[in-house]
Ligand binder design. Structure first.
Ligand code: IMP
Ligand code: MG
Length: 177
């Protein structure tokens, strides 16, 4: 698996240090309230597990399965909710976590749904944000790292379902398109 990696973009220690800082910001922004955290599967599971263990607050963690890539390396533009049931968020503050902000369609679609369902506030956090104009007018409130507009894997991010378990974020050897 490691042989397929051309270069490491963000190494494990750097990720963990950054998570300490992001967790502190989240702790300070939500003092004392019970927060609903919505984790977008599958990409955000590693990020969420490492980040949320650094947030000693009363959290209600829910996972929602969405897909926008359908196996390729370009966002299909259609965000499918693979689960039809969203957590109960009426009157609640929500922190939405995803692995990466690319076109922004996923975050936008889910934020809109959560607000429709009556969430009073939705903050968003991503491990990575691609440094490019996002198709949708969205920005994440918490961003781990801004990266160039290239396809990355690891730390939850996949190529055709693989590489999610790499402990770092890297770029594949064979150019994928
Ligand atoms: P968006 O809706 O275009 O912002 O895409 C977000 C989703 O696409 C993320 O949750 C990822 O699952 C996937 N994605 C976007 N860029 C990459 C990448 O470079 N590597 C792996 N998955 C990606
Ligand atoms: Mg994915």
């Amino acid at each position: 698996m490691e042989d397929d990696i051309d270069r490491v973009l963000v190494d494990e220690q750097v990720i963990h240090k950054r998570l300490d800082v992001m967790a502190k910001e989240i702790r300070q922004d939500f003092p004392g309230e019970v927060l609903v955290v919505v984790v977008l599967l599958k990409g955000a599971f590693v990020f969420a597990a490492d980040l949320l263990r650094r947030v000693p607050r009363m959290l209600e963690i829910e996972c929602v399965n969405v897909a926008s890539y359908h196996g390729g390396t370009e966002s299909s533009g259609v965000v499918s909710f693979l689960d039809h049931k969203l957590p109960e968020v009426k009157g609640r503050k929500v922190l939405l976590l995803d692995d990466i902000l690319d076109t922004g369609r996923t975050l936008k679609a889910v934020v809109d749904r959560l607000l429709e369902e009556g969430a009073t506030e939705v903050k968003t956090g991503v491990l990575l944000a691609k440094d490019k104009p996002h198709a949708e007018d969205v920005a994440a409130d918490y961003v781990g790292f801004y990266i160039a507009d290239e396809f990355v894997v690891g730390y939850g991010l996949d190529y055709q379902g693989r590489y999610r378990n790499l402990p770092y974020v890297g770029v594949l050897k064979t150019p994928v398109s």
